[in-house]
Design a protein around this ligand. Structure first.
Ligand code: SF4
Length: 272
């Protein structure tokens, strides 16, 4: 199976994990809602004879909202298309649903990183449906510092990626070429605080973020409502040192949101 085949397979598996967890969480919420209504049911009738019926209607409305929201999300993810309220749904997933999925996932023995991957995958599908035709100057490629070779003494954090001398020991060289080719901004963050500062200063319309499961998840949450398309790095030398990323996947992401446009008159990759 080729790279795209493997990638497709992982995305499908992450999608299944997310949808499975989502359905399980919905079931738990429905049971909890019914219990919340049923337990004080007897008490309601003491306050007013019609109160049990009124409360039943309120809980029914909440349940319909939960089921409707869950189903819309499932169809959005399965179809990979922008259904109504895509942006709102992304907000609900990021703010409320993900913490719930982590709790339910833990109860059924799913690791946090697997849940994070499923969340990143679902987020990416929603972002793909939402952000199209982004102007290059409004796109930011945000990288973790651990992608820089640990033997390199050039300072490239923040907006200093231009300092890279292009020796080729790490992918910063290729990513700098990519940013020039498409005219998009590129920055390197040492952690969440610097990443937030860069985003606040640049005010991009969308971000292509490269990081590990944990940092991508928090980056997606922190940056909302700005859409973040997450790409996982690989860690052949263990976490946080000399990590790697498939530059073709980053380029595919950039092209998908720019509508496949290359910057006209841009610097050719060979002219680095
Ligand atoms: S490619 Fe750039 S950042 Fe990477 S080791 Fe060489 S000079 Fe340093």
């Amino acid at each position: 199976m080729g790279r795209n085949g493997n990638q497709q397979c992982c995305v499908q598996s992450d999608k299944r994990t997310f949808i499975g967890l989502l359905l399980l969480t919905s079931l738990v919420l429905i049971v909890l809602s019914v219990l919340l209504w049923w337990v004080p049911y007897v008490g309601f009738s003491y306050i007013h004879p019609r109160l049990p019926l009124i409360m039943a209607l309120v809980f029914l409305a909440v349940l319909m909202f939960l089921i409707g929201g869950g189903m819309t999300l499932v169809f959005t993810i399965i179809r990979g298309k922008n259904l109504f309220f895509n942006r709102r749904i992304r907000g609900v997933v990021i703010r409320f649903l993900f913490p719930l999925l982590v709790v339910v996932g833990k109860l059924v023995g799913i690791t946090k990183d697997r849940i994070r991957r499923a969340f990143i995958s679902a987020n990416n599908l929603l972002v793909l449906g939402e952000a199209k035709g982004v102007r290059p100057e409004k796109m930011l490629v945000l990288l973790p510092q651990c992608i820089q070779s640990h033997e390199c003494d050039v300072r490239i954090t923040g907006e200093k990626v231009e300092n890279c001398k292009g020796c080729g020991r790490c992918k910063i060289k290729n990513l700098k070429i990519l940013s020039r080719k498409y005219g998009v901004s590129i920055s390197v963050a040492t952690g969440g605080t610097l990443a937030r500062k860069i985003v606040a200063e640049r005010r991009p319309d969308m971000i292509i973020g490269v990081a590990c499961e944990r940092d991508l998840t928090s980056g997606i949450q922190d940056s909302y409502p700005i859409p973040v398309y997450g790409i996982l790095n690989s860690r052949p030398n263990g976490p946080c040192i000399d990590t790697d990323v498939d530059v073709d996947i980053v380029e595919e992401g950039v092209r998908a949101f720019l509508g496949g446009e290359e910057r006209s008159g841009g610097v050719s990759p060979q002219s680095f």
